[in-house]
Design a protein around this ligand. Structure first.
Ligand code: EPU
Length: 421
């Protein structure tokens, strides 16, 4: 398995461009299942999760041509099963449920089960699809869904769910009549999916707010679309700039998608300037601790909590972080503690006492954003940090170590030697 080795203590300087958003690309690739014909998506990031999604779409009968311009021809889709092997490696596979049901009237999708960061049920996806007229059964660990033609309905989500809202939007786009999703999630990735469905010919309003209205149509058409930039990758690079007391222009990101993150960087003492080509982050003085509570968008994103924990450890003073979205998203704490961070977790709250210089160590990545936090910790730690199990990082970051290297970090990937046969 690959590892990343970082020599800490280098200030980051220069400009770096963010890739397309993983969490926008995944639902958007699934939306191609709604259409007979080939859709082309630009700015698709090169990530393991995208490869997995490509494999799943192929398995369903799509002709997939991967690349930054990613082509999916879903004309021949006949299969309706997302098997356990694929769903267990990537929960976002559940995003084929809505489109398959809408297009084929049938879907069989493995239940994802729990995952490292929490239980993550899909009850809201299922409740919404039932409201649209689907008959659902849980059989041998699979959700089996059937519907002759979905019918528009009013759906009130108990919690705002990102992939749940996306599944329901895609299902509703081919339903008969009008669907209203209340307490919908408002993340920018949902807005991007909304733009895609509109281009395909669906009629939507309210996307990006808590109430989305979708008027279904009989048929959708293939499209071309450019995926939005990845706000979490951008935020991660901004934190890298801040903690190394660097000066970095994060190019191509959308500042409006990052308002909560930028506000906290400023509160921590970073200078954040919105420039014509991106967001410049500089730290000339001291970094101060900041308190953070994760919230659905437009609040502070849970996907940036682990990275800000490293900032809190590198800053002076105390920070209180509260994770409200997932119940087990503090797995990076033990690894950061091994590097000398002073963190006390009590339930969903983590108290970080900053001001200690982290020391390089061998640490283990446990999930995607936890891995990113270990890379960041390595940038400021004294000496060498080795991060093992970086396949977690590769699921969601497009060559992060290469981008950091281009800014002056000393970071390299070490691949295991092939044993002589
Ligand atoms: N929830 C339910 N029932 C449901 C669905 C969700 O109770 O049917 C709960 C979850 O357990 C959680 C909360 O609602 O407590 C929010 O979960 P959500 O469904 O919004 O998360 P998701 O759709 O599974 C997406 C991202 C995650 C990101 C979260 C929150 C994708 C593919 N994944 O997950 O991204 O953390 O939204 O913003 O879009 C990542 O990229 O590292 C990542 C984990």
């Amino acid at each position: 398995m690959d590892k990343i080795v970082i020599e800490g203590g280098h200030r980051l300087k220069g400009a770096v461009r963010v890739s397309g958003a993983k969490n926008a690309a995944l639902p958007i690739l699934c939306s191609s299942l709604l259409v007979r014909g080939a859709s082309v998506f630009h700015n698709v990031p090169k990530l393991n999760d995208i490869t997995t999604m490509g494999r799943l779409l192929e398995r369903l009968g799509c002709v997939v041509t991967p690349g930054r311009a990613f082509r999916v021809d879903a004309t021949g889709v006949e299969q309706f099963e997302a098997p356990y092997e694929l769903v267990k490696t990537m929960r976002a596979s559940v995003l084929v449920l809505g489109p398959l049901l809408a297009r084929l009237g049938r879907a069989r999708v493995s239940l994802p089960g729990g995952c490292a960061i929490g239980a993550r049920p899909i009850d809201q996806h299922l409740k919404g699809l039932e409201a649209l007229g689907a008959k659902l059964q849980l059989v041998h660990g699979y959700v089996e869904a059937r519907a002759k033609r979905l019918r528009g309905a009013r759906i009130v989500c108990d919690v705002p769910t990102v992939t749940g809202t996306e599944n329901l939007m895609m299902a509703a786009a081919l339903a008969k009549g009008v669907t209203v999703i209340e307490n919908a999630a408002c993340e920018p990735e949902i807005e991007d999916l909304g733009r895609v469905l509109e281009k395909m010919g669906a009629r939507l309003s309210g996307v990006g707010t808590k109430v989305i209205e979708i008027e279904g149509v009989d048929e959708l058409r293939p499209i071309e679309h450019t995926i939005i930039p990845d706000r979490i990758e951008a935020g991660t690079l901004m934190v890298a700039a801040a903690i190394t007391r660097g000066d970095v222009l994060v190019e191509g990101c959308v500042p409006e998608h990052l308002e909560a993150v930028i506000a906290k960087l400023r509160a921590a003492g970073a200078e954040v300037d919105l420039e014509a080509t991106g967001v410049r982050v500089r730290v000339r003085g001291e970094l101060r601790g900041v308190d953070i509570t994760t919230q659905p968008h437009p609040g502070f994103p849970t996907d940036m909590q682990a990275q800000f924990m490293v900032l809190a450890a590198a800053a002076s003073g105390q920070s209180v972080l509260t994770e409200t979205i997932f119940e087990n998203r503090y797995m990076h704490v033990q690894e950061l503690a091994r590097m000398g961070a002073d963190i006390h977790v009590d339930g969903r709250t983590a108290i970080v006492r900053g001001g200690t210089r982290l020391a390089g160590a061998t640490v283990m990545a446990t999930d995607l954003r936890a891995s990113a936090s270990l890379v960041l910790a390595g940038l400021v730690a004294s000496g060498k940090t080795e991060i093992l199990r970086v396949y977690h990082l590769d699921r969601g970051y497009d060559q992060l170590e290469k981008k950091l290297r281009s800014l002056g970090a000393v970071a390299r990937r070490v691949r295991p030697r092939k044993s002589a046969a």
